[in-house]
Each structure stands twice: as C-alpha cells, then as structure tokens.
Design a protein. Structure first.
Length: 438
C-alpha cells in the first residue's frame, strides 16, 4: 500500500476533490483522505450551490466571475468522460438583489462595474413587471415573528433591485464533487475514504509538515498537506498547532436551509429567479420539483449558533427556525401558502472572521489552507482549486508568497486575481456584510 505522496489533501468535499484534481494535473502524486464514505458528503452535499457575483470587494467579484466560467465549461474542464452518474450542470436563472440597503446596493453597483460583470439597475416597476409573484413591500429590516414589529404593515416600497442575468445554481453539488473526484482519479489521484486524520507528522522543531497520522495508526508521508476540512477546518488547524496564528480565523456556524413548494399557479422552477432579500434576512432560489430552496442571511435578530464540536452538530431542522423562514417567504411572495410539512437541512458553514475565504499557505512550511468558505464559496471551488495549485507549485519552487503575494491570471477570463485578498493575515474586510453575502 503506497504511503509516500507529493501532497496529502485532508477532506474530499468540493474543495478537496478540486484541489486533488488541480495538483494531479500538475503531475503531483496526491492522496485525499476523508472520514466520510465518499466524495462531497460533508457540507458540500447541503450546499445551495448558488452562483452569484455581488460581493463586497472587487477581488471577490472577480473570483466569482472567473469561477462561473468553470461551471459554464465544466465537462471540458474535467478532461474525462468517466461520470457514471452524469455531470452536474449550471442552471442559469439570473438573480435579483432587492434594493433595501442603499449602501450595499451602491457598493455592489461599483464592484460589479469594476469587475466587468453584466447587471441592470431595475426600478420597482420593472421588478413587478418581470416578477409579478414578488412583493416589493419594504419592511425596514428583518425581525423575528416573536417581535410585534414583524406583523406590522410595510413602511413603504422598495425602490427596485439589482438584476444580474448570469447568476444561477449548480444542479447537484454532491454530484459536482463526484465529477471532480472522477477527474482527479483519472489523473492518478488516490482517495482514502472512511479514514480520519487525527494528527500530523512534523519535522523536528515543528517547522514543517511531513505527513498525516490516521486514526487507524497508519501514517501517510508528504511534504505538502492541504487543509480543506470545511467546517472542521479549525479542528484540523488545531492539530497542526496553528490556532491563533492567523489574523483571520475560522469557526463552524450551524445553518438551516429549507425547502417549500412554490405557490399554486407559479412555475417557479421554470420562470423563477434567485432572490436576495436583506430586508427579510433571506435568499431563495428555484429547486427541482417546483420547490423553493430558502436560506438565511443570518441577521443579528436571529442569533448565531456557533458550533464547538462538529461531531455533535444537530442536523435536524427545528420548528422555530423553519416557521420563521416560511413566514418571511410569505411576506415576500403573497401567494405562498405556508406548508405544514417541515423539509430542509441543517449543516454548518465554515465562517471566517470577515466571511471571506482563506486561500493561503501557513506558518507551518508545507501546510496550506483553503478554508473559511463562509457559506458562499461552493461557486468558487474550481477557480480556488486552480489558485491553490498555482500557490503550492510556486511556494514549492521557493516563492515567498507572504512578502510577494501571488497574482494568478484567470484561466478563462485572463483577469488577474490578487491572492493577497484571500491571505490569512489580511486586514479584516470592513466592507464585508458580516454575513453569507461576503
Ligand atoms: C446550507 C449551506 C448552503 C450553502 N449554500 C451555498 C451557495 O448557495 N453558494 C455557494 O457558493 N456556497 C454555498 N455554501 C458553501 C459551500 O457549500 C461550502 O463552502 C463548500 O461546500 C465547502 O466545501 P469543502 O470541500 O471546503 O467542505 P466540505 O464539503 O465540508 O468537505 C470537508 C470534508 O473534510 C472532511 N474532513 C474534515 N476533517 C477531517 C479529518 N480530520 N479527517 C478526514 N476527513 C476530514 C469531512 O469529512 C468533509 O467531507 C453553502 C453551505 C451550506 C452548509
């Protein structure tokens, strides 16, 4: 059984599979280890997989726009036809960001324009004409149904919305991970499923990583180890002795998303769009079976459920959160009938200090991280895997990334992507929404 590799990847979610593919296609021998039974069975399988481009920084927008091209050309990118369960595909629906927070609206107009992403600034009339099933009532910010303010009349009308036509979602996020897994395997990458990394092998003086120790006692050796543990990233950094060594840290946060039938008479799956609604603290998108996938922007009034131990995460959806979200949808979609059957999922985001990702090396030589994906980086998994491939190669060739951060030109758009924006020791992004919106 082989136990020496060029790189070991901890985690085989969408990121672990993507990075394994990118390293293997660069000629490296790679082993990805995951405690689950197959690819994409961690938080990836719960993803809304929405592809959107409005972020608080221009680099964030550029990354998402370049990332979108990978989904547009997914089959070609994978360089293999070995997909027994078929290929995940992008479904283009457009996205409407309702204009309720003026500062955020203006920020998005600026960052999208600067990054060259097509958009339209719609009036309230245009919103109503194009999406007559949507209420343009303005409520003045989210609040809880326990609060009397929730039941009060709207305070006015939304002035419009930001329409971004190229947004959409990936049909099946777990299948996308399976596709990347197949692509990586076709390039020679090895996967060890049902195996948990419990510790690292470090050089004397703990200056460099040399491999990983599995719970079974088996040791795998490599000069490069990548933490793509998703919501377990902080725990993996901990075994590497890296807790408190980064300006931007990560922590899992429990998150529920729900599924509800579209209103009678509305073919939301065919005619619907993705809606971002910070006025109600939620977003929703079309889902198969004419359903609505409803997520939350986790407004302060709802509180945040930080998770101490991912192994004991409660994955049941709960009545108070489910009913709160359904009532919010009903305010935005007047024809929506609040369903009796509770459907949805509960998982964890891997939230970073400023809700932006960390794609970087670490203070431990050879140990890299693609973490802090904060509920908004599924869309960027392929492009970020390419960035990580370039970074790992450059650092291996002696590049001093900490002092001269790498800029990588997008494979599809040729846009320069400055990796300093995703560094572990960056300044906290004060323009961040402090939410899943990034
Ligand atoms: C409810 C929800 C909705 C989301 N919606 C969107 C969206 O609409 N758009 C978007 O762009 N993003 C979205 N995201 C975010 C996106 O899904 C994640 O950023 C992405 O899936 C993370 O992938 P990953 O590979 O890093 O993590 P994961 O898929 O969680 O994979 C990490 C893997 O690491 C393994 N692992 C961890 N520690 C160890 C260890 N010690 N030993 C062995 N294996 C280990 C785990 O078993 C797991 O399989 C959402 C996330 C959630 C939870």
């Amino acid at each position: 059984m082989q136990d020496h590799y060029d790189a070991i990847v901890i985690g085989a979610g969408i990121f672990g599979c993507g990075i394994s593919f990118e390293l293997a296609r660069r000629g490296m021998s790679v082993c990805a280890v995951d405690m689950n039974a197959g690819p994409g069975m961690g938080s990836t399988s719960s993803s809304g997989a929405i592809i959107r481009f409005a972020y608080s920084t221009v680099d964030g927008v550029r990354l998402a726009w370049e990332g979108n091209q990978y989904w547009e050309h997914f089959g070609d990118y994978l360089e293999t036809d070995e997909h027994p369960n078929g290929l995940a595909r992008k479904v283009t629906t457009g996205m409407l960001f309702l204009r309720s927070d003026e500062a955020l609206h203006q920020l998005y107009l600026q960052t999208l324009a600067e990054a060259g992403v097509p958009f339209e600034d719609w009036s309230a009339d245009k919103v109503s004409t194009r999406h007559p099933w949507l209420s343009t009532a303005l409520y003045g910010g989210p609040c809880s149904p326990e609060d009397d303010a929730f039941w009060q009349e709207p305070i006015g009308e939304l002035p419009g919305g930001l329409w971004i036509p190229d947004c959409g979602y990936v049909s099946d996020p777990q299948l996308a991970a399976q596709n990347l897994y197949a692509a990586a395997a076709a390039k020679g990458a090895t996967f060890e499923f049902g195996q948990r990394v419990d510790n690292l092998v470090l050089a004397e003086g703990r200056s460099a990583v040399q491999g990983v120790k599995l719970r079974t006692g088996r040791v795998l050796h490599a000069p490069v180890v990548v933490n793509v543990g998703g919501p377990w990233s902080a725990a993996v950094n901990d075994i590497a002795g890296l807790t408190n060594t980064m300006a931007i840290s990560t922590q899992p946060m429990r998150h529920e998303a729900h599924l509800a039938p579209a209103p009678d008479g509305l073919d939301y799956e065919r005619d619907g769009t993705i809606v971002g609604d910070v006025d109600q603290g939620m977003y929703f998108r079309p889902a198969p079976g004419n359903n609505i996938f409803v997520g939350s922007t986790d407004p302060d009034c709802d509180g945040h459920e930080w998770v101490d131990n991912m192994d004991t995460l409660n994955r049941e959806i709960t009545e108070p959160i489910w009913s709160r979200q359904m009532l919010r949808v009903a305010k935005r979609m007047p024809e929506f009938g609040v369903p009796h059957e509770r459907r949805g999922l509960a998982e964890a985001y891997d939230v970073s200090t400023d809700w932006g990702p960390i794609y970087d090396r670490t203070d431990l030589d050879g140990f890299f991280v693609a973490i802090g994906t904060s509920g908004n980086q599924f869309k960027n998994a392929c492009v970020a895997s390419h960035l990580m491939g370039e970074l790992i190669t450059a650092v291996g060739d002696g590049h001093d990334h900490d002092n001269e951060p790498l800029t990588v030109n997008g494979r599809f758009t040729a846009t320069p992507i400055d990796m300093a924006s995703f560094a572990r020791n960056r300044s906290v992004n004060t323009a961040s929404t402090g939410s899943v919106l990034g």
